[in-house]
Design a protein around this ligand. Structure first.
Ligand code: HPA
Length: 269
């Protein structure tokens, strides 16, 4: 496992990626932030040894390194999900490589269904905690050189970054919520009964990603900050027919606000 991580890390260093300050993983329909990265080096996942290739429409499958918000960042435009058939190790590898490349902090975004009745389509939710109903990516032999066997998850999402984001949004009149993100395997969207159940057990938004990456990052003590863009509602009376295209379209409409928040947080790292 570590050998593969080091092989991929060395490959990327040789391409000119060195000491990024932060990593960012961009969710469905949220890849345009990368257009703002300057002095960039772009590499397709398919050309990177050991990297899982993103097979989903709207997930470009590119690693982009450069300057954003005055900091050196490395962005993943497109991520891999369990529903594509990837193993735990494959889903974990990119985050581990980002850490071995030197990132100090991991930023993540996703498209999600809102189950909190106060949410509207197009809202942004800062994730304060999660409920992971996905397979834990750390199942299997543990390599103590990477992280501890039993990582603590008491503060999976960095409190100071959450507070900074909420304050910045308030000062700039950006409608924002905080809440709990629940991950399911997908690829089906939820039935009305499932949305209701997820609300009852404490979720504010539901999606198919993010928690495996956050678990892998926390295993290595990497601080995480994540946001959900609400692209549809799983609230009784407000549930509409949802497709991947409708999720992509709604995500794209909110993307510039999300980018503003990410830029602010990264620039003040
Ligand atoms: N459920 C699960 N994943 C999602 C949703 C949803 O409603 N919207 C966007 N991703």
């Amino acid at each position: 496992m570590l050998e593969k991580i080091i092989e991929t890390t060395e490959f990327l260093k040789a391409k000119g990626i060195n000491n990024p300050d932060a990593g960012i993983i961009l969710g469905t329909g949220l890849g345009e932030l990368t257009a703002k990265i300057e002095n960039r080096i772009e590499i397709d996942y398919k050309d990177i040894p050991n990297f899982p290739i993103s097979t989903v429409e709207g997930h470009a499958g590119k690693l982009i390194y450069g300057v954003f918000g005055g900091k050196k960042i490395i962005a993943m435009k497109g991520r891999s999900h369990y529903y594509e058939g990837y193993s735990r190790e494959q889903v974990a590898l990119p985050v581990r490589v980002l850490k071995y490349l030197g990132i100090k902090c991991l930023f993540l975004s996703n498209a999600a269904g809102g189950v909190n009745p106060a949410f509207h389509i197009g809202d942004i939710m800062v994730i304060t905690d999660h409920i992971s109903l996905l397979s834990n990516p750390l199942i299997g032999p543990n390599d103590n050189r990477i992280g501890a066997r039993f990582p603590d998850m008491g503060e999976a999402y960095d409190k100071s970054l959450i507070n900074k984001a909420l304050l910045f949004a308030k000062e700039n009149n950006i409608r924002i919520h905080k809440g709990v993100y629940l991950s399911t395997s997908g690829p089906t969207f939820e039935t009305p009964a499932e949305y209701k159940y997820f609300r009852i057990i404490g979720a504010d938004a539901v999606g198919m990603s993010t928690t495996p990456e956050v678990i892998v990052a926390r295993h290595m003590n990497l601080p995480c900050f994540a946001v959900s863009v609400i692209t549809d509602l799983g609230v009784e009376g407000k549930i509409e027919y949802t497709t991947h295209e409708s999720v992509q379209n709604e995500a794209a409409k909110t993307e510039s606000r999300m980018t503003t928040i990410m830029t602010e947080l990264i620039s003040t790292l």
